[in-house]
Design a protein around this ligand. Structure first.
Ligand code: ADP
Length: 321
């Protein structure tokens, strides 16, 4: 039976004198998920994970990557739903790949495809999930509290089939939060939500405790910039960068250049400059270029954004491949 390792918070300078052994403050436990060299090749030969190594501390961690990057494979592996070929993952002292039952007791998982029974009410379904999770004590209260928390209490008697995409995702988070999990995995939660629903869902995610590990996998840069204090970018099963979004943005200072380009010149500009992204703004096409110095030719320097971090990281990885 595994136990959680709560790292001690250093207190004051170490002057060599013996320190009294005090329990760590409850308010700042530092649970960590450590992933080392995780690899997975599917029977069809697709190498979905290629030596993934990541340290994921408590708080909201964004795993950003294009479709097919390997995000779901990684999420499903961490959620104990599929096997890796090589590597390891530890949540505190728990060996995630081997002590599956211990992980499941601490896990809240919202998968990419969250199927629900359309004819069952939200309350009945959540109660059913609570039974499956082994919650026997005060189950009714736990279900009601969660329905309030995700703002679905008033519609608890409504059948899940009548819910909008946003309501379904909030219901998905409610079931993931059952049993006070310490590791919460949400896989592509905002894909398909309209802007209002996405904001509501972001606010809900932001309220999840700071003392749990939350991994948010997404291909939407905004999800990460709105919510995550740490992040990684993966592509073709490899980690291309990991760290703090703000630091990654700072590292781009003086390196992002922008110009509007008439459509018929776009090909030429893409051939001649290190274009990391093109985007439409008010009907005009703007290109963003990564360059240590001013490329001239009408380009102006702009502040980098997380989108620039993402596209320049993918651009450099592609060029290096
Ligand atoms: P993401 O979640 O980032 O879109 P996935 O983990 O779903 O990425 O997929 C990574 C790669 O593995 C893709 O090329 C995908 O087609 C492939 N893949 C995913 N699941 C399977 C599977 N069960 N069998 C074969 N290939 C798969």
């Amino acid at each position: 039976m595994g136990s959680l390792e709560i790292a001690k918070v250093p207190e004051g300078a170490d002057d060599g004198s013996p320190q009294p052994s005090r329990p760590p403050p409850v308010s700042s436990p530092m649970l960590e998920l450590q992933i080392d060299g995780l690899s997975k090749t599917y029977p069809n030969g697709v190498r979905a994970l290629d030596g993934v190594t990541l340290t994921i501390p408590t708080g909201m961690f964004g795993l950003l990557g294009p479709n097919g990057a390997g995000k779901s494979t990684l999420m499903r592996t961490l959620a104990t739903l599929q096997e890796a070929d090589a590597g390891s993952a530890h949540l505190g002292t728990i060996d995630v790949l081997r002590q599956k039952d211990d992980v499941r007791k601490l896990l809240g998982y919202l998968p990419q495809e969250f199927g629900v029974y359309p004819k069952v009410t939200a309350e009945t379904m959540l109660n059913h999930f609570a039974v499956l999770k082994g919650i026997t004590q005060d189950r009714k209260e736990a279900v009601a509290t969660l329905l309030h928390r995700v703002n679905l209490y008033d519609v608890r008697k409504q059948k899940l089939g009548t819910f909008s995409g946003g309501m379904r995702q909030r219901f998905g988070i409610a079931q993931a939060l059952l049993g006070d999990p310490k590791l919460i995995i949400v896989d592509e939660p905002t894909a398909g939500l309209d802007p209002g629903e996405r904001v509501r869902f972001h606010n809900l995610l932001a309220e999840i405790g700071e003392n749990v590990v939350v991994i948010l996998s997404t291909h939407i840069v905004e999800d990460v910039s709105d919510l995550c204090s740490r992040m990684a970018i993966i592509s073709h099963g490899r980690v291309l960068m990991s760290g703090e979004p703000s630091e990654a943005i700072r590292a781009l200072e003086g390196k992002i250049w922008r110009r509007s380009v008439p459509r018929n010149e776009l090909d030429a500009v893409q051939k001649n400059y290190p274009v990391i992204s093109t985007r439409l703004m008010a009907g005009k096409t703007f290109v963003h270029v990564f360059s240590d110095g001013n490329p001239g030719d009408g380009f102006e320097g702009v502040d980098g954004s997380l989108e620039d971090v993402y596209f320049s990281t993918l651009h450099h990885a592609e060029k290096a491949a």
